[in-house]
Design a protein around this ligand. Structure first.
Ligand code: 2HG
Ligand code: ZN
Length: 482
């Protein structure tokens, strides 16, 4: 076995390919690339490489492959699962795509946009808007997260109900393989049944199979009208019924349907400091509903009122605040979007990102909450998320009088196992939209079948036989299946 190249040797090779300015090594410069968004995972790397072209990514990969050097691909590094930072062995090169941030083409006849992987989500949305189109993916981290990372994690967010996950929004991709070869399907076709649809292998693979360098994304018509309401509901069950009614009355105009529990609202209002609840009284459960359409504003508002009236009549709705202006709508959304950061700042939340069939979600929330509260009654039940997709962020938060370390030390594992187990028992998923990374990797053994794990490993070995790309992420233990 030949010895691995020294850090100096790796650095020299990387500088040869991307130039000295594309290589970061100082601790102060690399800190934000080796530490994850929540500061739970901190790794080490001999060099953070910032390539400017696909050819450079390819050359970096070819060199690393030839020299058995592991590589961690990285976009905006906003992952919650620790999947985008290196481990602390200090052997892996980080490749961050942020310099590859050009919108390459917009075709308003084909309704597609071709972008490099390092374009931020906000950048992609703004470029679409300039062409009077919508790129509909919507997540809180849009200012930092990148299209390549959105694809690698099959990002979801608050408009999945209407537009689907990132997987549904991509038509073509360019990907550098572990050995440096480049796979490209940047063609923008809506129909192409010529065998395996290879691009989808890389969507949700979290950088374990290849490095996405560009993509062709779908563009949608811009909605002309939107109507937003912050609604107090009787219970999660009432929320599900209200969603059914909203779909009956508004069809595809139902764009977002987000659940918010009282402790989630309390927490975020405390964190924001300058924002009041849209509703005068405190309620146990609320939903944030957004309708959008190409019709006029008046018609859409009338539909929203019909939904609310129907909900009131049936006892599902207790109160509602309808956004009277764009500014109101923004405030409602700010309250929703900031819940995650409010938790990060408070510390001590047990993050479970689960999905179950919509028909089971109310019962799931009831059971899981009762089981957690039986363990520690003062736990703040921060439960919120994309109810319309059957996806809840079920994030029990430490009681006010317990420290984060203390609470997490005692409960992180038992509570996440409990919640994941209950979701699984409802035919659900233990990671609806946040992916696996390193945080959930070992849990897959329990929740995926042997056949699924074997297939995952077979695909991994076919594309990355040396296990150099984002090693130790997504796939549980190397000793596992054949
Ligand atoms: C959201 O919907 C994000 O706000 C983050 O998916 C959720 O922090 C979380 O648990
Ligand atoms: Zn979410």
């Amino acid at each position: 076995m030949t010895a691995l190249p020294s850090p100096d040797h790796i650095l020299a090779a990387m500088q040869d390919i991307v130039g000295a300015s594309g290589c970061l090594t100082d601790a102060a410069d690399t800190e934000s690339y080796v530490t994850d968004y929540r500061r739970l995972y901190r790794g080490k790397s001999p060099v953070v490489v910032l390539p400017a072209t696909t050819e450079q990514v390819s050359a970096v990969m070819a060199w690393c492959y030839a020299h058995d050097v592991p590589v961690v691909p990285q976009g905006g590094n906003t992952s919650l699962m620790g999947g985008a930072v290196p481990d602390d062995s200090g052997t892996a090169v980080v490749i961050n795509l942020r310099r590859m941030n050009r919108v390459l083409a917009i075709d308003t006849i084909n309704d597609t946009m071709t972008v490099q992987a390092g374009v931020t989500l906000a950048g992609a949305r703004a470029a679409a808007e300039e062409s009077r189109r919508l790129f509909p993916l919507r997540i809180g981290s849009e200012g930092s997260c990148q299209i390549g990372g959105n694809l690698s994690t099959n990002a979801g967010g608050t408009a999945v109900l209407r537009y689907g996950n990132m997987r549904d929004l991509v038509l073509g991709m360019e990907v550098v393989l572990p050995d440096g070869r480049v796979f490209s399907s940047l063609r923008g076709l809506r129909k192409d049944n010529t065998g395996y649809d290879l691009k989808h292998l890389f969507v949700g693979a979290e950088g374990t199979l290849g490095i996405i360098t560009a993509a062709v994304l779908k563009l949608m018509p811009q909605p002309r009208a939107s109507a937003v309401a912050f609604i107090a509901v009787e219970s999660p069950d009432a929320a599900v019924k209200l969603l059914g009614e909203a779909r009956q009355l508004a069809g595809p105009a139902v764009t977002a349907f987000e659940l918010i529990s009282a402790p989630a609202l309390d927490l975020v209002l405390e964190y924001l400091g300058d924002t009041a609840s849209p509703l005068p009284e405190r309620h146990d459960w609320m939903v944030l509903v957004e309708l959008t359409s190409g019709a006029d504003e008046e018609a859409l508002n009338a539909t929203l009122m019909q939904i609310l009236e129907s909900g009131l009549e049936r006892g599902w709705v207790k109160d509602a605040a309808v956004a009277a202006s764009g500014a109101d709508a923004q405030t409602f959304w700010r309250i929703r979007e900031e819940i995650s950061d409010a938790q990060t700042r408070t510390g001590g939340s047990i993050k479970c990102d689960v999905s179950v069939p919509l028909s089971r979600i109310a019962e799931f929330i009831g059971n899981a909450s009762a089981r957690v509260l039986a363990l520690e009654p003062a736990t703040r039940m921060v439960i919120y998320g994309h109810m319309g997709d059957g996806n809840v962020h079920f994030n029990p938060l430490r009681p006010k009088d317990r420290s984060a370390a203390d609470f997490l030390g005692q409960w992180y594992k038992p509570v996440s196992d409990l919640v994941d187990g209950l979701a699984h028992a409802e035919n659900g998923s233990i990671s609806a939209e946040h992916g696996i990374g390193v945080a959930k990797r070992d849990d897959l053994r329990q929740y995926k079948s042997q056949v699924e794990l074997e297939l995952m490993w077979q695909v991994k070995r076919a594309l990355d036989p040396k296990n150099l790309l984002n090693p130790g992420r997504v796939l549980p233990g190397l000793d596992s299946p054949k």
